[in-house]
Write a protein that binds this ligand. Structure first.
Ligand SMILES: [Zn+2]
Length: 318
């Protein structure tokens, strides 16, 4: 049996786990990183945490083939260097894969967390057995990972897959990236909430108050209210889905994928979102690629980050 370690490196902590070659998680643990420590100390800590999980697993060392690290922020997957880690600036410029590989004596591989999750879904989730897959992660923003002919497509400066910043409206809403009309301004968290508030301001009745989180309207609250028949929430999901489907039509026309996988927060709304996504895509894409593509929900759920990170090792060592 072959095993792969995944390090899912987030803003507040790290999750470390080991998967087998079928993508089953055998062991996992989580740890807190102290952003005030030096870059070197943080790398040392990550290596220690990883060592602990490997030891706890009691697996024979030689069967653990390598380590994959999924990280937010800007990085270079070829050199393994972190460029900009927003929540932990002390790690900016650190060669993370070398630091981990040297300390654990195993090959290590780094990529951004969305690419990692996309690979996880491709190998072990909804995309199993496919060759050309695009994965989208809906959250505060919209992340994307593109897998073509079985390989992650990174682009010439490793920034491919920024589907959230696909411009869908020339004079649209301002986006934090400096552009106007980016997809994530319409189907990301804020865009969804703005759409809800627009309907509510028209005086349309809603049962949202029963689902608020800390007194606030959130995509999750909208999804819950929609599931119970709240009209505005259902309409908000429908519009969100159609906009997303419209954007996906462009991806379908350009890349002709077999499958689009949609994961992250609002995708939990299920068919109330997915059905309008498919309708929106069919309306705007060319007939032949549109008829061939499947649009499905991600399958790995809470473990997507960990399985995805380990998948980076799988992709490089297979
Ligand atoms: Zn943008």
């Amino acid at each position: 049996m072959k095993y792969y370690v995944g390090i899912d490196f987030g803003g507040t902590g790290i999750k470390v786990g080991i998967i087998d070659e079928k993508g089953n998680i055998l062991i996992k643990d989580s740890f807190v990183t102290d952003p005030r420590k030096s870059g070197n100390e943080i790398v040392e800590h990550i290596a220690e945490c990883t060592k602990k999980v490997i030891n706890d697993s009691k697996l024979p060392q030689e069967h653990i083939l390598g380590i994959g690290i999924g990280s937010p922020g800007l990085l270079n997957p070829e050199t393994g260097q972190l460029k900009i880690v927003t929540n932990i600036p002390n790690l900016n410029g650190v060669y993370l894969t070398k630091g981990i590989s040297d300390r654990l004596n195993k090959p290590a591989f780094l990529d951004n967390d969305v690419n990692a999750m996309s690979l996880g879904e491709f190998y072990y989730g909804a995309g199993k057995g496919k060759k050309n897959v695009i994965a989208l992660t809906l959250g505060t923003g919209v992340g994307g990972g593109i897998i073509l002919n079985g390989e992650l497509y990174r682009g010439s400066t490793f920034t491919a897959g920024e589907i959230g910043h696909m411009s869908i409206a020339r004079d649209g809403k301002y986006c934090g990236c400096g552009n106007y009309g980016c997809l994530e301004r319409y189907v990301g968290k804020d865009g969804i909430i703005e759409r809800f508030e627009m309907y509510r301001s028209k005086g349309i009745e809603t049962s949202i108050d029963a689902y608020l989180e800390d007194g606030k309207v959130t995509p999750k609250a909208i999804a819950l209210a929609a599931a119970k028949g709240d009209k505005i929430s259902i309409e908000v999901l429908k519009e969100t889905g159609e906009i997303l489907g419209h954007a996906i039509a462009t991806l379908v026309n350009i890349l002709n994928p077999e499958m689009i996988i949609i994961g992250g927060g609002i995708s939990n709304a299920g068919e109330l979102l997915m059905e309008p996504v498919r309708t929106g895509m069919l309306k705007h894409a060319y007939t032949i690629p549109a008829a061939a593509v499947e649009i499905v929900r991600a399958q790995l759920g809470n473990d997507a980050g960990l399985v995805g990170s380990a998948s980076l090792a799988v992709a490089n060592l297979k």
